[in-house]
Design a protein around this ligand. Structure first.
Ligand code: GDP
Length: 447
């Protein structure tokens, strides 16, 4: 039995969908613990593409229970559309469960999200405009609506009448927007409540019971470490905690029940929206990575900014999440390159720095220090084992592992399940070792 957290080790979109899908095979329960419909996973199974925003990717396995935890925020309209889409392709959602304490996104959240982002002008943070930030803000302000409230029609009416009147002042006076009709919103949401009622449970208890029955639980992070509200590149961050610690808070489970943390990272770096990005490539190579990697957001369709692999943020992700091992995705995207750069440190105000700076000002002024490695200039999409990989690709992976000081357990070379090389058992394989007995950095890739 193992309870495993899978997180994004960069700015999100690392290909977590594919990795969690692979790991879901041996999981009995898959849990989402933060974020909302601002996340998006693309999973390709037998040539069919699934784009999921809220429902954990484990739903594609009929025997796996899927739980949307208390740390998430739920837009019922989007969730219902997702349920309908799965129904159309005969994928059962009988094994889906939603935490009764997850917060609900309301129309005023979406309106405020878009209007406030517009108001920010040059200070905009690049939100997806789906109302996620304002839903979390209401949670902190203690004016949020939870799934529990949605299930209780009288409570919902009382709460919404008050809240909508309060939000209407903000909509009208601050943003010059038309007010919402409380009755209309209440009727709409009572309809959603009936559709979602069968799924709503005490999720913390359900997960705890599963652990007691020695089930394997997979906690699926959305977004990535650098987008974490507390530990990311603030203020260009999401409004929840994608880091591994967020899995405990966002499910109602104690940290002693977690066995392993796996980080997912691309073989290069991407970032969506605003904010500093030291290894960003503006020119031809950036375009090549974007084209070959199909770097367009699952949720918004926004073009992702592309750059070289950044080992400074990689090491930071190892530290913040306590990673045991890594899954490196999209190695195939680098196939055509003559040379590949890896950022090993930053130069900030003339001083070399190997650690991620918390200050946004410092981060935006840092200059990446690169090590150049030779490319392999041949396709890797059909490689199925370590020995199939070109020597330069092996050297590249070994170098990343050395820099990050954690073993690489999985290498992904394409969107399909079979385009994957498993180097170590990611769940039961050796735990992270920082140093060999002789004091040198640990590296499990000895081939
Ligand atoms: P997530 O949010 O971290 O799951 O990332 P996304 O699903 O938004 O983006 C990952 C995209 O890359 C999806 O379209 C995947 O099908 C695709 N993908 C995943 N792994 C690989 C890989 O190793 N190579 C290539 N070329 N594409 C991949």
């Amino acid at each position: 039995m193992a309870n495993v957290i899978v997180i994004g080790a960069q700015w999100g979109d690392e290909g977590k969908g594919k990795i969690t899908d692979l790991l879901s095979r041996s999981a009995d329960v898959v849990v989402r613990y933060q974020g909302g419909v601002n996340a998006g996973h693309t999973i390709v199974v037998k040539g069919q593409t699934f784009k999921l925003h809220l429902i954990p990717s484990g739903i594609l396995y009929p025997k796996t229970d899927c739980i949307i935890g208390s740390g998430t925020v739920i837009d019922p309209q989007v969730l219902i559309t997702e349920l309908e889409q799965l129904k159309k392709v005969n994928i059962s959602t009988d094994n889906l469960f939603i935490s009764e304490t997850a917060h609900v996104t309301m129309p005023y959240h979406r309106m405020i999200d878009k209007a406030s982002e517009e108001r920010r002008g040059s200070h905009k943070i690049g939100t997806t405009g789906r109302g996620i930030g304002p839903t979390y803000a209401d949670k902190s302000e203690r004016t949020g609506i939870r799934m529990l409230d949605l299930m209780d029609s009288q409570q919902l009416q009382e709460q919404l009448e008050w809240t909508i009147n309060y939000k209407n002042i903000i909509l009208e006076k601050l943003y010059n927007l038309p007010p919402l009709d409380p009755k209309q919103v209440i009727d709409e949401y009572l309809g959603y409540a009936e559709r979602l009622r069968p799924f709503v449970v005490d999720a913390s208890l359900k997960i705890y019971n599963a652990i007691q029955r020695r089930r394997n639980i997979l906690f699926e992070g959305a977004q990535g470490t650098l987008l974490d509200l507390d530990h990311g590149t603030y203020p260009y961050v999401t409004s929840s905690n994608p880091v591994a610690g967020g899995a405990c808070v966002g499910t109602g489970l104690g940290p002693t029940m977690i066995d392993r943390v796996i980080g997912v990272s691309k073989a290069y770096t991407t970032r969506v929206g605003e904010g500093p990005f030291p290894t960003e490539l503006d020119g031809e190579i950036g375009e090549l990575l974007c084209d070959r990697g199909a770097e367009f957001g699952t949720t918004t369709g926004r073009k992702r900014r592309c750059g070289w692999f950044d080992a400074v943020i990689g090491r930071y992700a190892v530290r913040i999440n306590g990673l045991d091992c890594l899954a490196i995705t999209k190695l195939d995207v680098l196939d055509e390159l003559e040379e590949i750069e890896v950022c090993v440190a930053y130069e900030i105000d003339g001083v070399n720095c190997e650690n991620f700076p918390s200050s946004a000002k410092k981060f935006s002024s840092c200059r990446p220090i690169y090590k150049t490695l030779p490319g392999w200039k041949q396709p890797t999409g059909n490689c199925r084992s370590w020995s199939d990989l070109p020597r330069q690709a092996q050297d590249y992976l070994k170098y990343l592992e050395e820099l990050m000081e954690v073993p690489i357990a999985i290498v992904s070379l394409g969107p399909s399940r079979d385009q994957t090389i498993i180097l170590e058992d990611p769940i039961h394989g050796p735990k992270r070792t920082l140093l060999h007995a002789d004091g040198s950095p640990a590296s499990l890739l000895t081939a």
